[in-house]
Structures are given as C-alpha cells and as structure tokens.
Design a protein around this ligand. Sequence first.
Ligand SMILES: [Zn+2]
Length: 417
Amino acid sequence: MKLQCVIEVVNRNHSALNIKPNAKYLRSTLALGKEPKKEEEYFILHFSSVNKTGTKYKVKCIKQVFVKCLNEGKVTLRFEEPPHDLCIKSEVIQLKSFMRLLKSCITGDTKDLKLSNLSSIGVTSKDIAPTKLTINNRSEFPAKGLPRTLKSLYINGLKLCNFRRDILLLNQLTVLDLSNNEIEKIPPEFSRLPSLCELHLSNNSLGLNKNPNWQWLLGLQVSNKLKLLDLSGNKLKDLPKSIWKLQSLVTLKLNNNNLDYLPSSLGRISTLRYLSITENNDLQSLPYTLKHCGLEHLDISSSKCTCDETDLKHINTKWKSYDSLVHIAAKIVLKYKLFYAPNIIPKTLVDLLDNCDMCVCGKPVLNDKNNIIKKMEYNNTFSRRITFNLLHYLLSIQCFFCSPKCLTSIISSRIRL
Ligand SMILES: [Zn+2]
C-alpha cells in the first residue's frame, strides 16, 4: 500500500547533540512492503522529493507510535534504528487505513513496542495481538474471523451445534473451552492443532454421533501435546481403545456419561494422574491396568463398578490365541517393538495394533475376548487417593491376559490391586 503524504524526518541523535534540525515537511510517499523471502519481515519505504531512492525502515524496529492526532491526519512513527521520527501528515481516511495495515503487520510481535498512545483511537496492545478471547454471545464473534494470535479461546454456553472451522487456523492456541454447547462432531483436521494443551468439551453431544470418528483427538499433533481433556456430560457410551495415544495426558474427566467400561489401554498413558468418572451409572468395572498409570487421584463416586465376577469354571473356553496372518504380523511388530504407521503397513494391521487391550502384566493383548471380571478390594496401590461410595468397597475389575500364565496369576490372585 502507498500513502501520499508530507513527512518531516527528525533525527533524534541530532536533537540529543543539540544540532539544530533543518528538517521540514516534504512531499512524500510511504510504501508498506514485505521482504521477498522472509515471512513476517515487513518494511516501510519512504520516498521524498529530495530522496528519490528511498529510505527503508523495518517495521519491527518501530519503537513507538504516536496517534493522538490521527483524527486530524497526523501520526508519528518513532524508530529505534535508525533513530528517526517520521512525522506524517496526510488525508485522514487514507492515513487511518495505512495505520490499520501497519497494525496488522506488527500483530504478533508487540513485545518491545510501546503502544501507549494508541489507546487514544481505542486501540490497545491487546487488540493488536490478542492472545485471549472470551465469547459470551453469538454477536461477539469477530467479523473477520478469530485472531490468529489467540492462545486461549472460551466459547462457553452458546448452544453451538457446529464446530467453528476458523478454530482450525489457530496455531498458537493452547487452551480451548467449548463447554456447554451442542457439538456432535469435530472435524479430523482438529488433530493438527500444534499447541493445544487443554481441551474443555464438557456438556456437549459428542456421544450422539452415530459414527464416532476419534481422529480429531488421536491424530499426531493434538495427541502428543494435550494435558487436560474434559469430556464430561457428552452422553458417551464408549471411549476408543486407541485413547492411549494421548501420551502427555495428565487429567481426564469423563463424569456424567453413559460409559459401561473403560479401555484397558488407558494403562498405557504413563503421564495420567487425575481421572474422574463420577455419575456413570452404567459403569460395570474398572480396568486393572489403571494401576500402571501412577494415578494420584481417582474419583468414581456415584458410578457403580459392581458387575458380577466371571464364572471361572468356563474360563478355559475363553483362552484363545488367534493365528490369522494379521495377528501373527501384529505379534511380530509388538515383540520387536517395531515402529509402525499407516503408510508403512496395512491399515488392518494398524487398526489391530492401535486397538490392543493391555494385559495385567502390561503387555498388549490382541484378542479382546481374553478377559475376566474379578472383584478386588481397594487398597492404595491403585491410586494414592480414591473417591468412591464406601458401599462399594469391593470393586469389579476387568483383567485382560496375554498368556495362560497371566491368566493363572489373576485367578490365583497373585496379582493384587
Ligand atoms: Zn500378560
């Protein structure tokens, strides 16, 4: 963009040395441009009647912007290097649009920028690079879309049915709160958000989705970073077994859902410390493998966890080892701890490996029929702090087994909670 104006260049070094300024307002053109190969590197070029080759000023070198008299068509840009003040006079509307553009160029890099005087036109440093946004009303959504600089976004209680796709562009987002809406579906591209640490989705309708696809949560980037996940109040009937991919997860809230079991693969999330599964009236049992997480707090109050024990008389019929090609291949991958990904091995094999259960010994179990329910007394090796109804002192625990040896050890209760 070019701005026709008159400019007086004041060299601050001269005034500091008491050299009398000989500057005066000269007819000028200001051009705002971008360095060809460097993203985010903007500059201002100043041409005047005596300086036809132009002087280049880097936008990031702007030290201060004086806009007190913007409504009279006057602005001063103070640069750190060179130590120049550009006193600009121009037509008000043009000058304002130039300043707006300049503002968007410096968005995201306001650390050393003193913008105190910008408040006179209602612009604060927050507006220039907002990092936090709370939307309490649908009319508050920014017309130009959500600012890319956002680190925290709260869109709580608006009865939104659809996930807003402009959230997918927020690469700096670390906290997202979409609680108390009516969202049923989140697009798979969500999993590419690179910085997300906290995701609050309580009281939505994710469980109403008839074909749940958890790719949005379990794709590579979100699953590596996410520390807190709140899926309470979503009418969820089950969780994906591949939830173990959330390898940084510390807090998981699943209160007030319709879960009847929890995947044993939760035991593979070694970072998990706080697990809350209150008010899940259908919950039959807890997976034994939670013991492998190192939980500090487990809250199962108002969830039953009291289904019947497996009748051990028939247990031998339960032990089966599959020998299909895909199972043999999966065993080899697991045995040698080979790296796998969908572009290396067939999808059927990836699915089988991703959805493994977990044996009481910690090894993967390929056959999900290999499990029994056993009632076990709670003691504090399961979690340092556990909250549950005292009536249910005996908890039903689901135990998977990878081998006849592990099965024997469960039955003979050599394995304890
Ligand atoms: Zn085992």
